[in-house]
Design a protein around this ligand. Structure first.
Ligand code: AMP
Ligand code: MG
Length: 354
């Protein structure tokens, strides 16, 4: 089934730049090769610079499919599907990596007061955003399903390495964090195979490693939430690490003039409604950037901004529906505005004078 969706494309780097929501700006003079496949319900691309062969790309994509096979809710015999089937009945043993990712998601859930909550599964299925069945559920249905949402009901046993969902009807969904994990794993594998430089782009989860020829930083364009795919409003410069965006533009439908997007507020059961159009997180590991980008989006501008500032190791670029851009303090000297319609709003950081 999955195979029919798999497209192999090997095209010039600049064409890929035009297609992807987060763009890498500026080609190197080395001759990179990009391979793109459809995994995790999105286009995943890998760029390598030298020493590659088809085997190198195939190896990474096959590892990506292995991860998808364990963690996807749309694959009926995945570990996550097994956990969901046994909700309220029994604890299910899972692989080390699935256990790691669920533990990681629960850690972020605790830190963000449940803004990231992988138990949103029943709501994700009902809304079905991004599929042909997408619809606005009745208020009653949402209230019914909200009873099954609550990450406290996900019980982990680290000794037995099992996951138990306390109540029948509960369902976990790792869609907010699995692509980031997979991107990190792709980098790990490529480094192990001796690659010293590359770019991973898994549906807007970007990780770069190794330095460019002239040692200049990587320049990563950030998608304009309201613009066409491939248009960016600014560039983040990083030496290495991950840049991950969550936004209202990724998957959505419009009904009666209202936009319903795929980032759900686990408190209300509806797509998170606040002033934001996108959040981009910059940090070392894509798994963190992915989890935090979804969580911080749900927290909204004010709370999300304070949360990111309270942590030393992550930074963020916020874009509001009014196209104002807010940068956390660690990113101000690494961000280059590239579209005058997206002005940077200065944040007062020093002691107040009034
Ligand atoms: P992302 O694109 O990384 O922000 O993740 C969005 C995806 O994560 C959605 O398509 C859902 O599968 C799932 N999801 C939506 N809202 C939440 C949430 N508040 N917490 C955890 N997962 C979510
Ligand atoms: Mg995410």
């Amino acid at each position: 089934m999955i195979a029919k969706y798999i497209k192999k494309i090997n095209i010039l780097l600049y064409i890929v730049f035009l297609l992807f929501p987060v763009l890498l700006i500026g080609c190197s003079s080395e001759s990179p090769r990009v391979e793109t496949e459809f995994v995790f319900g999105t286009t995943c691309s890998i760029t390598l610079y030298k020493g590659y062969s088809q085997v190198s790309f195939d190896m990474v994509f096959s590892r990506m499919r292995e991860i998808e096979g364990k963690m996807s809710v749309t694959i009926p015999d995945s570990e996550v599907s097994e956990v969901n089937k046994k909700a309220g009945l029994e604890a299910v043993p899972v692989s080390e990596e699935t256990f790691f990712l669920i533990s990681k998601a629960l850690g972020i859930a605790r830190e963000t007061g449940g803004a990231l909550d992988i138990s949103v599964g029943p709501l994700v299925s009902e809304w079905a955003i991004g599929s042909e069945d997408a619809h606005v559920p009745s208020e009653r249905r949402i209230q019914e399903l909200l009873r099954f949402v609550g990450y406290e009901g996900i019980i982990l046993d680290s000794e037995k390495r099992t996951v138990f969902l306390e109540e029948e009807g509960m369902k976990i969904d790792l869609g907010a964090i699995a692509k980031g994990y997979a991107a990190d794993e792709a980098v790990k594998l490529l480094k192990k195979e001796g690659f010293s430089k590359g770019i991973i782009d898994f549906g807007g989860n970007i990780v770069v490693f190794g330095s460019k020829k002239n040692k200049s930083p990587w320049r990563i364009g950030i998608q304009q939430p309201a613009g066409n795919r491939g248009t960016y409003f600014g560039i983040v410069q990083i030496e290495t690490g991950a840049v991950v965006s969550s936004g209202t533009y990724e998957r959505f439908f419009i009904q009666d003039g209202v936009k319903y997007h795929h980032i759900l507020d686990p408190g209300t059961g509806y797509p998170s409604r606040n002033e934001l159009d996108s959040v981009t997180i910059i940090t070392d590991a894509a798994v963190d950037a992915d989890g935090y980008s979804t969580a911080v989006f749900v927290l909204g501008l004010e709370e999300g901004y304070s949360f990111v500032e309270s942590k030393n190791d992550i930074d963020a670029v916020f874009v509001t529906k009014d196209r104002d851009v807010y940068l956390t303090s660690g990113v101000t000297d690494r961000f280059i505005q590239s579209d005058a319609d997206y002005p940077i709003v200065p944040i007062e950081t020093g002691p107040r004078t009034e």
